[in-house]
Design a binder for this molecule. Structure first.
Ligand SMILES: [Zn+2]
Length: 93
C-alpha cells in the first residue's frame, strides 16, 4: 500500500477504540466504537447517534483514500443527514 498514513484526524477511524456515551432516552451508558456513528442502547434498545459533528471525512478530499473506500462509504451512509428525509426506520424498532 501507499506510504501515506493519513492525517491525525483519521486515527479515530483507523485506530478504533471504545468510547462511552449516555443514552439520551434512558441515560444508560452505551459503548460506541470511535469509528461508529450509531450504537444501540443495551438498555432501551434504541439507536443512538453520536454527537460528533463534522469530522475530517466531511471536508477532506483525501478522506476516501485515507480511511479506505469501504469505511468511507459506510460512514457517509451512516452519517445523519438532515437533508435526507427518506429514513425508513421512522417509528419502527
Ligand atoms: Zn437507552
Amino acid at each position: 500500500m501507499a506510504l501515506y498514513k493519513g492525517c491525525p484526524g483519521a486515527n479515530i477511524f483507523k485506530e478504533v477504540k471504545p468510547e462511552y456515551i449516555e443514552c439520551p432516552y434512558c441515560h444508560a451508558e452505551i459503548e460506541i466504537w470511535s469509528d461508529e456513528l450509531l450504537a444501540r442502547c443495551p438498555s432501551c434498545r434504541r439507536i443512538v447517534a453520536r454527537e460528533r459533528g463534522a469530522s475530517c471525512i466531511d471536508w477532506c478530499k483525501y478522506a476516501e483514500q485515507c480511511i479506505g473506500a469501504q469505511k468511507y462509504q459506510q460512514l457517509v451512509k451512516e452519517r445523519p443527514n438532515p437533508a435526507a428525509d427518506s429514513t425508513p426506520a421512522k417509528g419502527a424498532a
